[in-house]
Write a protein that binds this ligand. Structure first.
Ligand SMILES: Cc1cc2nc3c(=O)[nH]c(=O)nc-3n(C[C@H](O)[C@H](O)[C@H](O)COP(=O)(O)OP(=O)(O)OC[C@H]3O[C@@H](n4cnc5c(N)ncnc54)[C@H](O)[C@@H]3O)c2cc1C
Length: 235
């Protein structure tokens, strides 16, 4: 989807400081902005790489870390393919934003549920890390749905967080496993629905493909989550 630099609250130039292949089709890209750029956990930015269309990408780290991190998927063209194959450390990137209203509400002390589909993991990572780093008292659950095993990324990172924070639980769910696996399988929203009888009192954050987000909204409403406790920005 195309973003618009014009509606930005801030537009800065940044430089790529690292590009890591986290999964066969997902690069984790870190950018250091030349000027101050602030955001809330869960928001997104509009990025302009030289010679490419503006694209929106969720910010996958907490505010205040200096560098800004993104998870960029290669769909076979455009920015995703550029980042996977031709972009280099030191390249400039125009960053505009922050945008989005599905950011973490730090004042909520109760339980949190974050549901990610594919690179929807990016904003959910920022939210979960912000909650855990700020000493969130309630339980924090992260469900990560992907198509198949190779699409899972940052798993060890989240497993390490479960060891460091007793209130954090991380579940991966494979929608279409190519071969038998010990992992959960099915749709990520269905896995959440199976695991919780009632979710009243939870704040729920969802990011991923539009159909997945809508399915999760429906599932959460059936578990008694009011609409105002479900946060998602349309992708
Ligand atoms: C609020 C918001 C947040 C977003 N956050 C992220 C994020 O964190 N990470 C991320 O990777 N993307 C994210 N996106 C999507 C991103 O903005 C781009 O739309 C996407 O990366 C495709 O842009 P591109 O330039 O790589 O490919 P394009 O040049 O637009 O397309 C290249 C090829 O890929 C196909 N294609 C495009 N999108 C998809 C798709 N979703 N699935 C399958 N094929 C596709 C096209 O049809 C075309 O054939 C977000 C979008 C929004 C609106």
């Amino acid at each position: 989807m195309t973003g618009t630099i014009e509606r930005a609250s801030t537009a800065v130039i940044g430089r790529i400081v690292s590009i890591e292949a986290a999964a066969p089709l997902v690069s984790v890209v870190r950018v250091r902005p030349d000027d101050a750029f602030d955001w809330r956990a869960g928001q997104f930015a509009a990025l302009r790489f030289p010679d490419f269309e503006i694209r929106n990408y969720s910010i996958s780290n907490r505010p205040g870390e200096g560098e800004i991190e993104f998870h960029i998927r290669d769909n076979g063209g455009g920015v995703g393919a550029h980042v996977a194959s031709t972009a280099s450390v030191g390249d400039p990137v125009e960053i505009a934003g922050p945008f989005g209203s599905a950011y973490f509400r730090r004042r909520h002390g109760g339980p949190l549920l974050a549901i990610a589909g594919g690179t929807g993991l990016a904003p959910m990572k920022a939210i979960v890390e912000d909650a855990l780093a700020t000493g969130h008292a309630g339980d924090v659950h992260l469900y990560f749905g992907v198509r198949d095993e190779p699409d899972i990324y940052l798993e060890q990172h989240f497993i390490a967080l479960t060891r460091a924070h007793l209130n954090f639980r991380f579940v991966t769910v494979l929608a279409e496993p190519g071969e038998p696996t010990g992992r959960r399988h099915g749709l990520v929203g269905a896995a959440v629905a199976a695991d919780f009888q009632l979710l009243y009192g939870y704040q729920c954050y969802v990011a991923g493909p539009p159909a997945m987000v809508q399915a999760c909204r429906d599932a959460l409403r059936l578990k008694s989550v009011p609409a105002h406790d479900i946060f998602a920005d349309d992708a």
